[in-house]
Design a protein around this ligand. Sequence first.
Ligand code: PLP
Length: 463
Amino acid sequence: KITNHMPTAELQAIDAAHHMHPFTANHELAAKGARVITRASGVTLTDSEGEQILDAMAGLWCVNIGYGRDELAEVAARQMKELPYYNTFFMSTHVPAIALAQKLAELAPGDLNHVFFASGGSEANDTNIRMVRRYWDQMGKPNKHVIISRKNAYHGTSVGSGSLGGMAGMHAQGGMPIPDIVHIGQPYWYLEGGDMSPEDFGLMRARELEAKIEELGEDRVAAFIAEPIQGAGGVIIPPDSYWPEIKRICAAHDILLIADEVITGFGRTGEWFGSQYYDIQPDIMTVAKGLSSGYAPIGASLVSDKVAKVIDSGEFAHGYTYSGHPVAAAVALENLRIMEEEKIVDHVQNEAAPYLAEKWHSLADHPFVGETTIVGMMASLALTADKSVRKPFKAPAGTVGYKTRERCFANNLIMRHVGDRMIVAPPLVMQKSDIDTLYERAVKSLDEAYKNVKDAGLMETAD
Ligand code: PLP
């Protein structure tokens, strides 16, 4: 029997022999051995060597209320005993799905009063592709099927959601994107803005949407999808000019707006939803991750009255075995109850995020850091070889970021790298003392990585 108490090397060997890890070069992992996480509590993970690791990524941006909340375990156990599974197809429903749908309709901004459940963000975005196309079919516009997305966006990894995403490396594997999904530029000023001001650059990138609609013809474009703040792309916070212009363009051209809030939902920005942070009113919103704080796999499309009315007028030939899974729904509901009762969104807005921002921005003084950006509890910094210019390293993108992440890992801090940006998205329940620990470990890791990168002769800027 395999247990937490087995020697790490044995667990690693069995893992390498049988477990294919996502987004991992498994042959490298087999050579190095995966870090075996055995337990977690609050904001801290414990590994099989007994190391205590500060999780500044909340798992994969999802454990918003922190680890080890007994209430969620108890709700899951109770629900499993009462009704572990039933489907929501064919005229059936159950209390957890009813209650969670009602709760989401109450929390979501505007008239997003309808919920289509999935097991995660990828599935929910697949739902969205089909739903917006079906919407326009029903509206008598069957040619209005193109979805516009952005380069370097992340919307999931299934063939549909991976096509919505704009990750070139993913598209290169598995025949993506599928037809009628096109990508415009991202509002990433630091490396792409050239001599423009952030505001002018934000407007320019937003207007690529209008140009694309005009190129394709308004009668062909179904929807625009975007993360309010790109997460997996490197915590790319758009210039302030960006979202108002996107809003204007979608309205002017009768294009549905899908906000992918899988990361920005449920308090991450200091508002319940990133759409509120940017004052946008999407027609459809994708949620997952923080919906259950990662305690159970669940996602959803939150749908406006306007879209739901049309979709609900016939049968939408779509659904997942686990749409509205009762255990996952009950866990999500309990998670939202805790978030409200403990005023976690207020805690982010008034305590945790301002303190993290103060600490994070002070990292900008480090010689290795070109810029720091943060909204709520999602932050990133650009590593640089030369603070006086906004340019990438000469070494292939990610070389320096990877080395920096290795130092974070060695210093028991989970910080992620995207190319040569370092990112954090900690549990929302972090206290000031946790943020102090995050900061101290980040500084130590940056110091060490800076030295390593210099010693390796990599402190060179691309031409
Ligand atoms: N959308 C966004 C913005 C995400 O960040 C992610 C995952 O990171 C997804 C969709 C996909 O969600 P899942 O991994 O639950 O399928």
